[in-house]
Design a protein around this ligand. Sequence first.
Ligand code: ATP
Length: 319
Amino acid sequence: MKRIGLLTSGGDAPGMNAALRAVVRSGIYFGMEVYGIERGYAGLIDDNVIQMEMRSVSNIVQCGGTRLRTARCLEMMTVEGQKKALDTLEKHGIEGLVVIGGDGSFRGAKVLSEYGVPTIGIPGTIDNDLEYTDYTLGFDTAVNTCLDIINKLRDTMTSHERVSVVEVMGRHCGDIALYSGIASGAEIIVVPEISFNMDEIVSRINRSRANGKHSNIIVVAEGVMSADEFSKRLQSVTEYSVRPTCIGHVQRGGSPSMADRMLAAQFGNKAVRLLNDGIGNRVVGIRNNKIIDMDIIEAVSMKKTFNQELYETLQMISM
Ligand code: ATP
């Protein structure tokens, strides 16, 4: 394979730039020409293609966001849109493609593979909502951003003896809430995978106060309820003062952590190695600390499971 393409799609995630760098540099190492496609599948359909050189990816390993920019593109879900995308690839002689994004982006990658363009998916999403890989690119940084904010909230909540309700991202997957809850020492997490009972939450708060605590942190995943709504409901049944905070889009930005930069380097390199061997229709990931690859269809059809043991750990150690 002499010419490959590269795009970022769906929601942006810290570490995408480091992955761009790894793909471009690995491609050049193997003697390939690498073409960057701007704005995800929208740019592929609109022919927004630029050649990327060794120096095109200088000084971005530490940057959040994605230099190729990203988009959600409904047209890619139509046969006409897919044909336009294929025309662009053909026009530039691009023989293989690397797609960095979440499960939706992988579905687009699967379509292109079915049309005969070997395509490799790199899991770039802060949600950690893909079952086939232990971690997705951006998740670690997003959780660290949440921790930084929760640490600060804890200072003021303790001074005023308040209850802090913190809303984090995660529509269907509670992993950001689970990991930031455990790592910040939150007493309670509320996630889409497990139904909650407000009376039990009030009992836990009361118990912790009786045990000498001066404040409480509750981390709520956005898919369950907003921090505002949750705080209103909780305030109506507790005597303690409740304050909502929505972390919001801050979670998507920032310099990637060491863990995400390492994933980016390894995912990007593995994706290009596969293309160099003429292999497509795969996604890369990490399992048990080993970089793996798997069939795209198999990967996107796996249902994400919630880590019940970690949830119970939080219940036991945050009293
Ligand atoms: P995130 O997890 O951050 O939301 P994502 O990749 O899952 O990222 P989506 O918006 O679901 O984000 O998908 C990104 C893009 O992938 C869509 O806007 C669309 O262009 C393309 N896509 C999604 N599903 C399909 C599909 N079934 N066929 C073709 N293209 C698709």
